[in-house]
Write a protein that binds this ligand. Structure first.
Ligand code: CDP
Length: 224
């Protein structure tokens, strides 16, 4: 049996458009870790389901259909990628139809199990900063590094609009918080950061300061 210690994971959870993916990307680059946006895996499957003509709100249909999709994901140069039926996905993940399908599809427990397995496998390769809704609660509950990034609903809706997106973050919040399977929660021990008035760099500094205060062994030596 291997006695190697698992790679460190920094879990960053939070509601839609709280700025967590920008923060997670910056943090990963500062630490030399890989960045994984777990939402892209759910989005890829939601997009694939749309292509097969499945109604994402039909839980039974989703539960049978997602397994027929040829779904692949991996890490390349510090970032995760996703593909359906051999097609690497980019802008498809942000299409309005994908925005609308992703929360209903990601309620389905069997689909979540598949994604959680893939997310855990990334840790076999390298240290990670992973962001999502259930990274601290379900995917890596053993990590000591848990952050929850929030912002007011008004600020989040504005940030979403600034990305050129017109979907309602409050509708997605409601769906993500109220679902039975892995709802969005703040776990015990998570450090909550309200980013309403703080730019991404400031949030990254706050996380680095917390990691330093807890003497995280993976931190690069800081200049005095
Ligand atoms: O738009 P935003 O970046 O906030 O969301 P995302 O991270 O791309 O996630 C899109 C949707 O996928 C969420 O609204 C959730 O319904 C679902 N999701 C999830 O259920 N669990 C995760 N770990 C990540 C995303």
């Amino acid at each position: 049996m291997s006695t190697a210690r698992p790679h460190p994971v920094i879990a960053i959870d939070g509601p839609a458009a709280s700025g967590k993916s920008t923060v997670a990307r910056l943090l990963a680059d500062r630490l030399g870790f890989s960045f994984v946006g777990s939402g892209t895996l759910y989005r890829a499957l939601a997009w694939g389901l749309i292509q097969t003509g499945i109604d994402p709100a039909d839980e039974a249909a989703v539960a049978t259909a997602f397994g027929t999709l040829d779904f692949a994901c991996g890490l390349e140069r510090g970032r995760s990628w996703v593909a359906i039926n051999g097609r690497r996905l980019g802008t498809e993940l942000e299409e309005p139809a994908t925005n609308a399908a992703v929360s209903p599809a990601s309620r389905v427990p069997a689909l979540r199990d598949l994604v959680v397995d893939r997310l855990r496998a990334f840790r076999l390769d390298c240290p990670l900063v992973m962001e999502g809704r259930d990274i601290a609660s379900v995917v890596f509950p053993d990590t000591p590094w848990k952050y929850y990034i929030d912002a007011s609903p008004e600020v989040r809706q504005r940030r979403r609009a600034a990305q050129g997106q017109t979907d309602s973050v409050s509708d997605r919040d409601r769906a993500d918080r109220s679902r039975a399977s892995a709802p969005l929660v703040v776990v015990d021990g998570a450090v909550v950061i309200d980013s309403s008035e703080i730019a991404p760099d400031g949030v990254v500094e706050a996380i680095l300061a917390d990691l330093a205060a807890h003497q995280a062994a993976f931190l690069p030596a800081m200049p005095n």
